[in-house]
Ligand binder design. Structure first.
Ligand SMILES: C[S@@+](CC[C@H](N)C(=O)[O-])C[C@H]1O[C@@H](n2cnc3c(N)ncnc32)[C@H](O)[C@@H]1O
Length: 203
């Protein structure tokens, strides 16, 4: 019998992958935290974070002293379980960003970091994140959009993984359709350049 291929992310138990890769030291985390501190100051903010892996984004926001109510989602059941054990003060749900089970306008800010590159494509996820956001959607890429677009699915012994680099034109066109404004910044850490899109949702 032929076995259906499965997503590597849905079953990985490698919760420390980002730290081992040195990716958790990237200043793109601080840029987003600083921006949220500037906007919200002492005001409490409700955040949805999509594709949480080891919960590093939650830990960084907490470290920075932001007053926030956090929900994190991920497709990986072992990852969600580990986040629940490490950070019981936050809410963690096993969920697919392509089909979020929240009503519209549920969170002040919806964040995703290093996630869209790992989806077959970005459009459904971006529309879902804007649907559940009240005010801001933040997207951080480790593969800054650049032409030509490359959609690459790699099959490994543990399952398949998408490693896409998107064309900026159609991506930014979609953001333009959903946002009243968006800021785009590139942040370097050695040879790793993260691109952040900080979007204000259209009222
Ligand atoms: C490269 S990690 C990034 C982790 C974290 N955001 C960070 O920056 O440290 C990508 C994460 O997205 C999750 N993921 C992949 N596809 C997903 C999907 N369709 N819905 C929700 N999470 C997904 C993976 O399980 C993994 O935890």
């Amino acid at each position: 019998m032929v076995q259906e291929p499965v997503s590597l992310w849905a079953q990985t138990t490698d919760v420390d992958y980002m730290r081992m890769e040195g990716r958790d030291a990237h200043p793109s985390y601080c840029w987003v935290t600083r921006k949220l501190m500037e906007i919200y100051g002492e005001k409490r903010v409700e955040i949805l974070d999509c594709g949480v892996m080891s919960g590093t984004t939650f830990a960084k926001l907490k470290e920075a002293g932001l007053d926030f109510d956090y929900t994190g989602i991920d497709v990986g059941e072992p990852l969600v379980k580990s986040c629940r054990e490490r950070f019981p003060e936050a809410r963690w749900e096993q969920m697919n960003v392509l089909d979020l089970s929240f009503s519209g306008d549920s969170f002040d800010v919806v964040n995703c970091r290093h996630l869209l590159e790992h989806l077959p494509y970005y459009e459904t996820a971006v529309r879902e994140m804007f649907r559940v956001a009240r005010r801001y959607v933040v997207v951080c890429f480790f593969q800054a959009p650049r032409d030509p677009e490359v959609l690459l699915r790699r099959d490994t012994a543990g399952g398949y993984i998408w490693l896409n680099r998107y064309s900026p034109g159609p991506f930014e066109h979609l953001l333009g359709e959903l946002s009243s404004a968006f800021e785009c910044v590139d942040i370097a850490h050695g040879r790793r350049v993260d691109r952040i899109y900080f979007c204000t949702k259209k009222p």
